[in-house]
Ligand binder design. Structure first.
Ligand SMILES: [Fe+2]
Ligand SMILES: [Fe+2]
Length: 139
């Protein structure tokens, strides 16, 4: 499992969203840390819980601003969020049943870590371009 480092190529050009992505990464890294340092189940469960809660906050923030600005790709974007929400719920269920197995670590790495980076760089960035093009101020 690898931690994620924030890099400028992750910026979508909206400060509020960039800050939330930074915070998301930090929660993700806490999960990686708790699993790789083999903390007890309660600790891992806590970091996973924070990540899930923050994912919910972040996705609804994006969706709210997309809806408020009649973003044409809202439905498509929301569908991608929904699929991650489902993945996350499955990972948690798996964790509750099996604990922090190697399989779970790999799944977190692949389905969360890589998903997030790709989602920011390919999907969130389009909203950033839309906002910039329309000179919309998001705060
Ligand atoms: Fe995002
Ligand atoms: Fe998004």
């Amino acid at each position: 499992m690898e931690k994620i480092q924030w890099q400028n190529n992750l910026s979508v050009g909206i400060e509020l969203i960039d800050n939330q992505h930074r915070k998301w990464i930090s929660h993700y890294n806490d999960v990686v840390e708790s699993i790789t340092s083999q903390q007890n189940k309660t600790q891992v469960s806590k970091t996973l819980g924070f990540l899930i809660d923050y994912t919910a906050v972040h996705f609804s923030t994006e969706e709210k601003h997309m809806a408020a600005n009649s973003y044409p790709e809202l439905q498509e974007h929301k569908a991608k969020h929904d699929s991650l929400r489902a993945t996350l719920a499955n990972l948690v269920k798996e964790f509750e049943e099996e604990g922090a197995t190697t399989q779970l670590s790999e799944a977190i790495d692949t389905f969360l870590g890589h998903w997030l980076i790709r989602h920011i760089q390919e999907v969130d960035i389009k909203f950033g371009e839309f906002v910039k093009g329309k000179k919309i101020v998001i705060a």
